[in-house]
Write a protein that binds this ligand. Structure first.
Ligand code: HEC
Ligand code: HEC
Length: 342
């Protein structure tokens, strides 16, 4: 009798251990960069910084660590929330350290391996150079990089994680930023209904299909599928805001770049409101109303929108377009716990 109980307990124990092992294996297997078949070749040079599980985990820890800010209170994750497509949901412009406000809406962080420049104005051209910008920005994290490195060096956990990821416990900004890139490039959103339709695993409803055709005729020249951006800078006629943000002009100082902003992706719009570089529109209805009725004749208004002063759509066409846009929401990505703070 006792023997049997021991045997049963033994088997249960073995099963529990096996399950835990399997869990580990699942996570190990997930942490790699896989190009979705229907996506173009990524821009990010993986040969210079291959994604490893240890590098990803280190990058994730850094991303969610308040120590990157002056008073240890603000992490990258404070303004880039995973369940909201890594935006600062509900905030028109971002709120950083000491509750200071910036002038721009936090950007979604996914499919970054295909971007050739970063920020609404493209002011940073390489992801591995990116984290210095928010760390040293006085309204975001307001910390000096040498201080951050000293805080990390004082931690045995970090020294161990750097050793596992890069083979040496030495901590410098180059490898710190590489680890953060490994986390960020792994944030791939490729499992919306749209993706399933493209992969022939699902079909659009009649309404969604109609919306897809309207999208292709009116939006796709800038919000180019399958990433839903062509990564260019354009003026979509929303006009200057109170902060007088000039967009791409701030970087290039070219008159032809005034009020041009990066074309944002349209994936996961259910999670990333409010919209535009200054978060001026709270709803998608307001965005569509802009395109159909409120486009302003700014100097650099994109020729595509200038032709008819916007995009003329009937109410039925607007409903169909909205139905299509919901097929770009990717719950697999938004709910992926691997990308959340551990
Ligand atoms: C106080 C809020 C705030 C914090 C903290 C913050 N960000 Fe951001 N992030 C923003 C805003 C706002 C933008 C858009 C800024 C702009 O265009 O000038 C942005 C843009 C970005 C982009 C560009 C995305 C694209 O598609 O061009 C990346 C990448 C990014 N942040 C990563 C990070 C990382 C990494 C950290 C931590 C080191 C961080 N952010 C901390 C608010 C924040
Ligand atoms: C001429 C290029 C162009 C066309 C055509 C265009 N857009 Fe845009 N779109 C942009 C630019 C540029 C922005 C960002 C503007 C800004 O923030 O100042 C934008 C922003 C958006 C946003 C806000 C996304 C966010 O995360 O903030 C949505 C939604 C959107 N567009 C939907 C559409 C739809 C739907 C269509 C077709 C009916 C369309 N756009 C046609 C260039 C375009």
């Amino acid at each position: 009798m006792n023997k049997k109980i021991f045997m049963v307990l033994g088997i249960i124990l073995v099963l529990i251990i096996a399950c835990q092992k399997a869990d580990d294996v699942v996570e190990e297997a997930l942490v790699s960069f896989n190009k979705p078949k229907h996506f173009p070749e990524p821009i990010y040079n993986f040969s210079k910084n291959p994604v490893t599980t240890a590098g990803f985990k280190l990058g994730r820890k850094l991303f969610y660590d308040g120590q990157l800010s002056r008073d240890n209170s603000i992490s990258c994750g404070s303004c880039h929330i995973a369940e909201h497509g890594f935006t600062h949901h509900g905030h028109d412009v971002s709120h950083g350290i000491d509750d200071k406000v910036g002038i721009r809406n936090s950007m979604p962080l996914f499919n970054l391996a295909w971007s050739n420049s970063f920020f609404w104005d493209g002011g940073v051209f390489h992801l591995d150079l990116f984290p210095i910008a928010p760390i040293e920005n006085v309204v975001e994290m307001d910390e000096k990089l040498p201080n951050v490195l000293n805080k990390l060096r004082a931690s045995t956990t970090y020294r161990k994680m750097f050793e596992e990821a890069f083979g040496s416990p030495e901590i410098n900004s180059t490898i710190m930023f590489k680890a953060m890139s490994q986390f960020m490039v792994t944030l791939v959103s490729d499992n919306s209904k749209y993706d399933k339709v493209i992969r022939k695993e699902a079909t659009f409803s009649e309404q969604e299909l109609k919306g897809y055709q309207i999208f292709q005729a009116n939006c796709n020249s800038c919000h180019k599928e399958p990433l839903f951006t062509d990564h260019s800078f354009r003026d979509n006629g929303i006009g200057e805001n109170l902060a007088k943000d000039q967009g791409r002009w701030e970087i290039s100082q070219l008159e032809s770049d005034r009020l041009k902003f990066k074309v944002p992706t349209l994936r996961n719009l259910n999670a990333t409101a409010p919209y535009m570089h200054d978060g001026r529109f709270r709803t998608l209805e307001a965005v569509i109303r802009h395109y159909t009725q409120e486009v302003q004749p700014t100097d650099n208004l994109d020729p595509i929108l200038k032709k008819n002063m916007g995009i003329k759509l009937s109410d039925q066409e607007v409903s169909a377009l909205m139905a299509f846009l919901t097929t770009l929401n990717d719950e697999t990505f938004l709910k992926n716990t691997l990308f959340q703070e551990q």
